[in-house]
Design a protein around this ligand. Structure first.
Ligand SMILES: Cc1ncc(COP(=O)(O)O)c(C=O)c1O
Length: 392
């Protein structure tokens, strides 16, 4: 074995120990789970869901938070509760998780793609503006990686064109735009509690809003169209069973208690990585808008420039970095790549981000210590030094 070679071509990996495990839990999750079990109320009528909804609404600066089965169905019932009807158009960035679009398509809405800002990878408000027609009813900005989209420009656009805003905050628990937490800056917002997320119970979702009618409608839609008050077999609107269990809500209460400390730790880790990666020509941390007073860092994203790496394509670079023991991936493909989704001409910034530039590091890496983060720098430096030797 030649010393100092990248692991992908037979060298020793920079790192053999794992980064911190995710999800994290302790006796508090155990205690609340057992309490839910012993309560004998495992779904409707239990106290854990209400408690979490109250606390999470407060945490996100929203009047209401309503739990449901996943972030995906949260998007669907939020759009429905906002009054969107088949044929209405919604603007979605083409760089997002597939559910941002499929939830709208499920309701018979027409999805229209907008490009992203090349510096932040969140929806470009000017591109969104260019797609508005007289059928456009809503915009779904996605706070990708936990970084709030430009809510000032989007709010102005929405006011000017009479559009509604649904924030896809699936990755943005606790994130803030100008000191206001995301989720109810627009008409409504959604969150995911999937097991990779910064607050998790395995699977779960929530809708947040300040608007009472939307909250009531979401309550009913997730509960098979039942009214809040009324007999069990009364169904006033068409709905679904998208409820969550008390076990999940119990775990979420414990996770929410842990969230502030973990958020601090991720911010600290991200600042360290920003500095370490800035020292390498050819990788650039995404820039941070001053109006973002808190970034949730569900992902740490940096830009890769293959011209500094002997032309090594991004996918190969990502494989090489993984081989060094650094958790990372290449992130989203453009939504219009999928043949079963609406097609579109290539959007330049979505193309560059997804195919050439964006490298994602998962949030739990940021929960490690400075010397662990230095391994990310070392691994990239090593790959760079030997980039020409790595087969394409
Ligand atoms: C941006 C975005 N939107 C929506 C979702 C859907 O959430 P879930 O996986 O809970 O259905 C996710 C999560 O994967 C996401 O990252």
């Amino acid at each position: 074995m030649r010393m100092g070679l990248p692991a992908i071509i037979g060298g020793k990996p920079v790192r053999e120990e794992p980064y911190p495990k995710w999800p994290v839990y302790d006796s508090r999750e155990e205690e609340l789970l057992i309490a839910a079990l012993r309560s004998g109320k495992w779904s409707v009528g239990g106290k854990f869901q209400e408690e979490f909804e109250r606390k999470f609404a407060e945490f996100q600066d929203a009047k209401h938070a309503l739990l449901c089965a996943s972030g995906t169905v949260a998007l669907k019932i939020a759009l429905k509760a906002m009054g969107l009807n088949p044929g209405d158009e919604v603007i979605v960035p083409a760089y997002t998780f597939i559910a941002t679009a499929t939830s709208a398509l499920d309701l018979g809405l027409k999805v229209v793609y907008a490009d992203i800002d090349p510096e932040t990878y969140t929806i470009d408000p000017e591109s969104a503006r260019r797609t508005v027609t007289d059928k456009t009813k809503a915009i779904i900005p996605v706070h990708v990686a936990g970084r709030p989209a430009d809510m000032d420009a989007l709010t102005d656009l929405a006011e000017e064109k009479s559009l509604m805003i649904l924030e896809d905050a699936a990755q943005a628990h606790g994130a803030e735009w100008k000191e206001r937490r995301v989720g109810a800056i627009g008409d409504a917002g959604i969150f995911s509690f999937y097991q990779s997320k910064n607050i998790t119970c395995g699977e779960g979702g929530a809708v947040t809003t300040n608007i009472d009618e939307i909250a009531d409608k979401v309550w009913s839609l997730r509960n098979v169209g039942r009214p809040r008050e009324g007999p069990w077999y009364e169904h006033r609107i068409y709905g679904w069973n998208y409820r969550i269990t008390e076990f999940q809500a119990a775990v979420l209460i414990a996770q929410l208690e842990k969230a502030p400390k973990l958020m601090e730790k991720r911010e600290k880790g991200a600042r360290i990585l920003d500095k370490l990666l800035s020292e390498i020509e050819g990788v650039t941390p995404l820039s941070r808008d001053k109006r973002i007073t808190r970034h949730a860092y569900h992902l740490y994203i940096f830009k890769y420039d293959k011209s500094e790496f002997a032309g090594l394509p991004k996918r190969k670079f990502v494989e090489a970095l993984q081989a060094e023991g650094i958790p990372c991936n290449a992130g989203y493909r453009p939504l219009y790549d999928y043949p079963f989704l609406p097609q579109n001409k290539p959007l330049p910034n979505v193309e560059r981000a997804s195919r050439e530039e964006a490298v994602w590091i998962p949030q739990y890496v940021l929960l490690s210590e400075e010397e662990d983060l230095e391994d990310v720098q070392k691994a990239i430096q090593k790959i760079k030094k030997h980039a020409a030797e790595i087969p394409r």
